[in-house]
Design a protein around this ligand. Structure first.
Ligand SMILES: Cc1cc2nc3c(=O)[nH]c(=O)nc-3n(C[C@H](O)[C@H](O)[C@H](O)COP(=O)(O)OP(=O)(O)OC[C@H]3O[C@@H](n4cnc5c(N)ncnc54)[C@H](O)[C@@H]3O)c2cc1C
Ligand code: FES
Length: 508
């Protein structure tokens, strides 16, 4: 079970069938074990298989159905936190390494889908960053200067195509970006991994990761072991790290809608505005009659809002104002990204380990970060140097990001204090079918949900990762942890890392 059990269904999930893979029921050995089968895990497995390594991939749920199935799939070397800010925090050299690695990631996707003959709707196209209002133009001025200083010289001023009322705002054009159907690409990777001898196991939750001498041992919930020379933990948020990396990134929920537009009415490109949270837009082709217009935004810190219908309504209103040819949304879904405090993902050796590697801190660029991660981890696992690895080192501390670090880390103490406050309702009798909420029972806080049939599901509200109080998510009908982004089903099963233990059962 994983986030594919949450209630919303993305355009991608609706158009590609789930890959069938068996759970692991015996012990296994391999050169490398990869935990997590999203873009990061499968891209790493692909690269290692191509290098002749024997690889086992395990996932707690269906293969490729984590956050990668909930993306909007802009493939961008544009940085959503802006290059001028990154240079301020990490310096020009590291910003240049980041840019180079993101460009290489896009090139790698293009190369793989071409050489492996994947039919995944990949296309190179322009990306447009447009000022949401006139007073945001100065932000674009700083960004184009920063891009040029890094050698991203193709970035140029332009007028907005497509968005019918956005043309008056100045915008920046970033050539050579990309888009694809993420699950068609994932399916292509799976076929290649299996062709190259890789073994994939679904519905196999991992509950421990250990390094013993020159060996790594990964244990499944059912007690099986996978022994390998190296382990890559690509669970989006690491399950093998209790707190260190988790203090350097914060989980945000983000929302997406997709509606039809008549073919040819919106220019096939990537679009972002400069608001915070920003809107992100792209097209997905769908035959001669219409395209899908995909519009995302309305992000909030995980667990901090439960007003999703209003957020979807605002997204729809914004989309229709900018793209009047768009029909009513036929898909709406949500997902989560992990925002690193200094804008770059954490990819490399897990702090304190020699042969355990992590890839996390995906941010709004998790696809290109996952692919860049696969190139970095391929080299590190094989004992080679990698020029970009320094920029992404998981054990780094960015003094210049101290303010962001402190503000994001206020979530945990504030949340832990919730253990002492009252519940959101005085009795579970107040819950109508389909509703969830927190209720106090003596010293404990309980997560209560009444299903559509009227049955009550009662669990401890204490997150099994590090003890925070989970919050109800009515849109996805799951429990979200505001501290480090774990999600749990209404029956307490972990759906999203870092947690891997269920919420404790509570008595009625
Ligand atoms: C709405 C939305 C829009 C986005 N838009 C973009 C975009 O336009 N461009 C972009 O580049 N990025 C975008 N992102 C981010 C990007 O999609 C993600 O960062 C990326 O897909 C994450 O890939 P991953 O491999 O790290 O994680 P996942 O795809 O989540 O894969 C992790 C896997 O690990 C498994 N797992 C977890 N715990 C365990 C365990 N204990 N045992 C075994 N397996 C486990 C999970 O089941 C899951 O399948 C977006 C994200 C969202 C949610
Ligand atoms: S995710 Fe860390 S405490 Fe819940």
């Amino acid at each position: 079970m994983n986030v594919s059990s949450e209630r919303s269904v993305s355009l991608w999930m609706a158009t590609v069938r789930e890959w069938r893979a068996q759970p692991l029921t015996t012990d296994e050995r391999a050169d490398v074990v990869v935990v997590g089968s999203g873009i990061a895990g499968l891209s790493t497995a692909y690269e290692l298989c191509r290098q002749g390594q024997s690889v086992v991939v395990v996932d707690r749920g269906a293969i490729g159905r984590g956050m990668t199935a909930r993306t909007s799939a802009h493939l961008a070397s544009v940085l959503d936190d802006f290059y001028h800010k990154l240079i301020g925090i990490r310096g020009r050299d590291e910003a240049r390494h980041y840019l180079d690695s993101q460009r290489a990631a896009l090139d790698r996707v293009e190369q793989i889908q071409q050489s492996e003959e994947m039919d995944c709707d990949f296309r190179r196209l322009d990306g447009y960053l447009f000022a949401a209002s006139d007073d945001h133009v100065s932000l674009l001025e700083r960004e184009i200067d920063a891009c040029h200083s890094l050698g991203f010289s193709e970035v140029a001023w332009d007028a907005m195509p497509g968005a019918e009322d956005g043309g008056e705002h100045r915008c920046l054009r970033f050539p050579n970006q990309g888009r694809f159907h993420p699950l068609k690409y994932i399916e292509g990777l799976i076929r290649c991994i299996e062709r190259d001898g890789g073994r994939l196991y679904a519905e196999t939750p991992i509950v421990s990761v250990e390094e013993k001498g020159s060996e790594t041992i990964v244990r499944t919930q059912n007690g099986n072991e996978i022994r390998a020379r190296a382990a890559v933990i690509a669970t989006n948020s690491p399950i093998n790290d209790w707190i260190a990396v988790h203090t350097k990134q914060a989980p945000y929920r983000t929302y997406v809608i997709a509606g039809r537009v008549p073919s040819g009415t919106v220019t096939d490109a990537l679009y972002w505005d400069t608001l915070d949270p920003y809107h992100y837009v792209r097209l997905q082709p769908s035959g001669a009659e219409h395209d899908w217009l995909i519009v995302g935004g309305e992000d909030h810190k995980t667990g901090r809002a439960n007003d999703q219908p209003e957020r979807i309504a605002r997204l729809t209103e914004w989309a229709k104002a900018h793209y009047p040819s768009m029909g009513d949304p036929e898909y709406s879904w949500s997902g989560q990204v992990m925002e690193p405090v200094d804008h770059l993902a954490y990819i490399g050796r897990n702090p304190g380990n020699e042969n355990i590697f992590i890839v996390t801190g995906d941010s709004g660029e998790g696809l290109s970060n996952g692919v860049a991660g696969s190139l970095i981890l391929r080299d590190l696992v094989l004992g080679r140097d990698n020029a970009w690895a320094g920029a992404y080192q998981p054990n780094r501390i960015s003094i210049s990001a101290a303010g962001e670090y402190i503000s994001e880390n206020l979530t945990m103490p504030a949340n832990l204090a919730e253990h002492l406050t009252g519940g959101e309702m005085s009795s579970v009798d107040e819950l109508k079918p389909g509703e969830g909420g927190l209720v106090r029972r003596g010293t404990a806080k309980l997560a209560a949900y009444r299903d559509d049939g009227g049955e009550l599901h009662l669990r401890s509200a204490t997150c099994t990762h590090a003890g925070c109080v989970v919050h109800w998510n009515g849109f996805e009908r799951c429990w979200d942890c505001p501290c480090h982004g774990s999600h749990f089903s209404v029956d307490g099963e972990p759906l999203n890392a870092p947690a891997f233990k269920p919420l404790a059962v509570a008595q009625e």
